[in-house]
Design a protein around this ligand. Structure first.
Ligand SMILES: NC(=O)c1ccc[n+]([C@@H]2O[C@H](COP(=O)([O-])OP(=O)(O)OC[C@H]3O[C@@H](n4cnc5c(N)ncnc54)[C@H](O)[C@@H]3O)[C@@H](O)[C@H]2O)c1
Length: 297
């Protein structure tokens, strides 16, 4: 098993869900110094207190990963306080869904600013400092099953998460090319219990950003909202998901899955395109169909 004793861990989107559980699990495994960031200050405060109760040292920073200066400040805070960062989790993300041609452009921009440029900001703020510390350390960019496979109605989220897999692969190539001691990983969770379904409430503040208006009243949008809520039946418990991610990390895989079956689905996807020469296809899990039928009844 990897020796986590005394390690320094920084996590964006650390107030809830997978980020929070990762902090808790790493504290249980011996990591000692934590820096949590999240845009939701009250939830961040609660998580910080829960983590401290495990006897570890925790600093926290409430900021939005769409802000360049705040991200730089966060990285400086971590290195000034702890002297290094062994594990950096670029984890904050949002997941509003919409049928492709109805999704307002501002929603695309918001999703990409958080899910893609948020990750790029994290790389720019942390990686130079991690390289300069000249010790083995690890950066984890959180993508998704949606970074490897597709489903209808998830255009912005799926394209943002595909971008994260691609950019993380290139990050790893760059880190190897320049012979650094930093290693990059792409975390690709399947459905996991978290607050991700509440993403719409993490929008930038202001009326312009509210999901109101005709674009959010269409039948297609209502169908997508119903499906998102029904997908909860597929959720893996957060603690199990985090243990699986760490197991994959310890096995030195590059793409870290929560659900092993995802790998097979990805191979099938490319087999479909290249060998079978078929068009894209999505089959909704039966348990989701049953859940949707229950909700309608
Ligand atoms: N839960 C799943 O099923 C699942 C599946 C695949 C990928 N993921 C990815 O896992 C990551 C963690 O999500 P989660 O499922 O734990 O959801 P979550 O909503 O519980 O946690 C995400 C955290 O990110 C924070 N956040 C959102 N936008 C932010 C911003 N602009 N600036 C700072 N913080 C921000 C939120 O406040 C929240 O605390 C995300 O990148 C998500 O896309 C989750």
């Amino acid at each position: 098993m990897f020796d986590y004793q005394g390690k320094v861990v920084a996590i964006t989107g650390g107030a809830s869900g997978i980020g929070k559980q990762m902090a808790m699990e790493l504290a249980d495994r011996g990591a000692k110094y934590f820096a949590l960031a999240d845009m939701r200050a009250p939830e961040l405060k609660t998580t910080t207190e829960e983590l401290r109760a495990k006897g570890v040292e925790v600093i926290s920073a409430a900021f939005d990963v769409t802000d360049d200066d705040d991200f730089e400040y966060f990285a400086k805070l971590v290195f000034n306080k702890f002297g290094c960062c062994d594990f950096f989790f670029n984890n904050a993300g949002v997941s509003p869904n919409h049928v492709m041609w109805e999704m307002p452009l501002k929603d695309w921009q918001w999703v990409f600013d958080v899910n893609v440029f948020g990750v790029v900001r994290g790389i720019n703020a942390f990686v130079p400092k991690m390289i300069a510390s000249d010790k083995e350390c690890y950066i984890f960019n959180t993508s998704s099953l949606a970074g490897l496979a597709t489903f209808w109605g998830g255009g912005a989220y799926i394209s943002s998460k595909h971008a994260v897999v691609g950019l993380t692969e290139v990050l790893e190539l760059d880190l190897r090319h320049f012979n650094t001691k930093v290693k990059a990983y792409a975390i690709c969770p399947g459905f996991v219990t978290s607050n991700l379904y509440r993403s719409d409430t993490y929008r930038p503040e202001g009326e312009d950003w509210m999901p109101v208006g005709p674009a959010y009243q269409t039948d297609a949008y209502q169908e997508i909202v119903a499906r998102s809520s029904a997908s909860a039946v597929l959720n893996m418990p957060t603690d199990e998901a985090v243990r699986n991610i760490l197991e994959e990390f310890e096995a030195d895989k590059f793409i870290l899955l929560t659900h092993q079956a995802v790998g097979t689905r990805c191979l099938e996807r490319y087999d479909r395109f290249f060998n079978k020469k078929l068009r894209p296809f999505y089959e909704q899990p039966k348990s989701m169909d049953q859940e949707l039928a229950k909700k309608k009844a």
